[in-house]
Ligand binder design. Structure first.
Ligand code: MN
Length: 191
């Protein structure tokens, strides 16, 4: 099975001024595309030739894991964005309040985790085994499904996600990032 780069769910300039169309052109058009191409080059002749990305995330190692997880992680990231200053509501807000005290406290804790993730990686909001929300981070291509957690939201903290717009200022990227989160999409993922 050949994997394909999913199109962005919005126009390339839709996330401006937080994420520029220029960042999108490299991040989606070059980085995300490269993970797709690498995966397609790696899987022929292996047991993952006809696997889903989820199977690859759960079972693969090395380059197949790294590229497969990065394909999934980036699609999930793009789909988490595109909101215009929306906020969590309903069941999602109730779960956030239950786990973190308030939406403001959740944002503080999530931003802290995203900023402190050393080097390349991802910050995640997940549903844990007890059905509660939790914040976790992964390095490089890591994905929380590998640890039995269900991701519902993520922030890419690889430098390529913010360097053109914020240079080395990851905290400014994470702070501005809240303005473009698609909370309706995050809520959908609760099922
Ligand atoms: Mn990325």
């Amino acid at each position: 099975m050949k994997f394909e780069l999913p199109p962005l769910p919005y126009a390339p300039e839709a996330l401006e001024p937080v994420i520029s169309a220029s960042t999108i052109s490299f991040h989606h058009g070059k980085h995300h595309q490269a993970y797709v191409n690498n995966l397609n080059n790696l899987i022929p002749g292996t047991r993952f030739e006809n696997s889903s990305l989820e199977q690859i995330i759960l079972e693969a190692e090395g380059g197949i894991f790294n590229n497969g997880a990065q394909v999934w992680n980036h699609t999930f990231y793009w789909e988490s964005l595109g909101g215009k200053g929306s906020a969590p509501a309903g069941k999602l807000l109730a779960m956030i309040n239950d786990a973190f005290g308030s939406f403001e406290k959740f944002k503080e804790q999530f931003a802290d985790a995203a900023v402190k993730q050393f080097g390349s990686g991802w910050a995640w909001l997940v549903v844990n085994a007890e059905g509660k929300l939790a914040i976790t981070t992964t390095s490089n291509a890591g994905n929380p499904m590998r640890d039995g957690l269900q991701p519902i939201f993520t922030c890419d903290v690889w430098e390529h996600a913010y360097y053109l717009d914020f240079q080395n200022r990851r905290p400014d990227y994470v702070k501005a990032f809240w303005e473009i989160v698609n909370w309706e999409k995050v809520a959908e993922r609760l099922g």
